[in-house]
Structures are given as structure tokens and as C-alpha cells.
Write a protein that binds this ligand. Structure first.
Ligand SMILES: NC(=O)c1ccc[n+]([C@@H]2O[C@H](COP(=O)([O-])OP(=O)(O)OC[C@H]3O[C@@H](n4cnc5c(N)ncnc54)[C@H](O)[C@@H]3O)[C@@H](O)[C@H]2O)c1
Length: 258
């Protein structure tokens, strides 16, 4: 179950966090992986821990030329591509009144343009392999986020881009599946940032209290870890999810059950 033997995957933003945990689990499931990120040193370290089954390629997801280079490096090394994980993303944690126009443009560039460019760069290769795409949305792409409505707007876009590309590629007969995953609060660098921003927005600067508040939103009684999401991504990328496309897998400890 959930095997990826012989598969080649590309993961954006996988130097750390959910992406790095997913790269590791994919290798354990039999895949070879290419990871792209702007954090070169961290990315090379992550790849080193994965041995021969992984390569690192510098990637700024906001740049079309950067995607072309990273994809070329992947094909040069592994010869094909079966899975794209559009994982790179940023969180601002500012309200509508506090965020600057530059904040908004940056969110759009990474969280939306990055996903569009990644999809386009991978498409010729996925058409050949009849592969699949997993997009990192969020529960903030399903329900509203009082902490960061602008982030929520970008993730809502990822949710519907997933469904729309699943439909387009289906209509065109490409045999490419596209699905999204919707994490609750996951304890990564980004997860930590949400505590800091929640504390700032409530005017207390008490990040420990913010953590407790967030924990209380998860009926399962704990926060998520990167491996929780990695398992969902590996499932979606594997043939076990062969009848799933245009779907969103919610892995949120029950947050959106409210
Ligand atoms: N952590 C959470 O609670 C949570 C919840 C819901 C959704 N998500 C989503 O999961 C994904 C991964 O998040 P994470 O928690 O691992 O965050 P993270 O901050 O630990 O990792 C994100 C990675 O993306 C990279 N990145 C940022 N901008 C980039 C760019 N322009 N080009 C290439 N790489 C870039 C970063 O360098 C980093 O390595 C994101 O899309 C995020 O929005 C996270």
C-alpha cells in the first residue's frame, strides 16, 4: 500500500517542513525525488540525508526560468517525472488592514503564481508518464482564516485550481490526476509563525497562549506534525488514489468539523 516504487517526484519548497518530511517518506516508499527551494544550504543538507535517491535544485517558484532549470535538472538526472508536489508556500499572518500591498503581491507570487508555473513546467513530463499533481492548499482554503484573510484567499485559489486543472486535464485525455491536501496546524517553521502572529494580533505577545488557543481548535487533542501530511501526500501520489482526481484530502485533526 502507498508504494511509489520506480516513481520520480519533484517537490517545491522541500528544504524543510512538510516538503522535507514528504521527500523522506517518498524515498522510503521507493521513489526518487528532486527537491527545489530558495534555501540552498538547508536543501542540500536535506538531500544529503536522503542519499542517492535525491537531488537538490535551486528553485524560486515565482520565476518561470527557475522552474525550467529545476525541471531540466530533474529530467537530466532521472529521465522522467511522475509526481509534482506544489508545496512551497508562505504565510503572512496580518489582517486586511495591516498587510501592505507588497505583502499581498508576495503571497500571490509564491502561493498562486508558484503553483501555476509549477503545473505548467511539469505538464509535458506528466503527460508522458500519466502522472499526478498534489497541491498544498490548507484548511484556510476551505474555510475562512481570521488571522490572515489574504493567505486564505490564495489557498482558496489553490483549492479551485486543483479542481479546475483536474477537469481540464481530464477533458484533454491526459490521464493526469490532480488533488489537493488541506492541513490543520502543523508544527513547522510556518506553524510557529502562526502562533507569533496570533499573539501579536491579540495584543498579548503570549505565543504560548496562542499555541494553546490553536490546540483547542483541534478536536483530536494535538497539533499536527509534518509526517501527518507527508502520509496523506504519499497516498494521493500513489496508485492507491488512482480513482481520485479534483479531490481535497483534509488532514486537520478535526478543525473543520466544527
Ligand atoms: N504548517 C502549517 O500549519 C500549514 C497548514 C496548512 C497549509 N500549509 C502549507 O503547507 C506548505 C508547506 O508549509 P510548511 O509548514 O512546511 O512551511 P515552511 O515554511 O516550513 O516551508 C515552506 C518552504 O517553502 C519554501 N519557499 C518559500 N518561498 C519559496 C519560493 N519563492 N521558492 C521556493 N521555495 C520557497 C521555504 O524556503 C520553505 O522551505 C505551504 O504551502 C503551506 O502554506 C502549512
Amino acid at each position: 500500500m502507498n508504494r511509489l516504487d520506480g516513481k520520480i517526484a519533484f517537490l517545491s519548497g522541500a528544504a524543510r517542513g512538510i516538503g522535507a518530511a514528504t521527500a523522506k517518506l517518498m524515498v522510503e516508499a521507493g521513489a526518487k525525488v528532486a527537491i527545489g527551494d530558495v534555501l540552498d544550504e538547508r536543501g542540500r543538507q536535506t538531500v544529503k540525508e536522503l542519499g542517492d535517491a535525491a537531488i537538490y535544485a535551486h528553485l524560486d517558484v515565482t520565476s518561470e526560468a527557475s522552474w525550467a532549470e529545476a525541471m531540466d535538472a530533474t529530467i537530466a538526472k532521472f529521465g522522467k517525472l511522475d509526481v509534482l508536489v506544489n508545496n512551497a508556500g508562505i504565510f503572512n499572518g496580518k489582517g486586511v488592514e495591516e498587510a501592505s500591498l507588497d505583502d499581498w503581491h508576495r503571497l500571490v507570487a509564491v502561493n498562486l503564481t508558484g503553483v501555476v508555473l509549477g503545473t505548467r513546467a511539469a505538464l509535458p513530463h506528466l503527460k508522458k508518464s500519466k502522472g499526478n499533481i498534489v497541491n498544498l492548499a490548507s484548511i484556510a482554503g476551505l474555510v475562512g482564516s481570521q488571522l490572515d484573510p489574504l493567505y486564505s484567499l490564495t489557498k482558496g485559489g489553490v483549492t479551485l485550481f486543483t479542481k479546475s486543472t483536474a477537469l481540464e486535464f481530464g477533458r484533454k485525455g491526459y490521464g493526469i490526476r490532480v488533488n489537493s491536501i488541506h492541513p490543520g496546524l502543523i508544527e513547522t517553521d510556518m506553524g510557529e509563525k502562526t502562533f507569533v502572529m496570533r499573539a501579536a494580533q491579540t495584543g498579548t505577545n503570549d505565543t504560548e497562549q496562542a499555541r494553546k488557543t490553536t490546540l483547542g481548535l483541534h478536536p483530536i487533542g494535538r497539533l499536527g506534525v509534518a509526517q501527518d501530511i507527508a502520509k496523506g501526500i504519499v497516498f494521493l501520489a500513489s496508485d492507491d488514489a488512482g480513482f481520485m482526481t479534483g479531490a481535497g484530502l483534509v488532514v486537520d485533526g478535526g478543525w473543520t468539523a466544527h
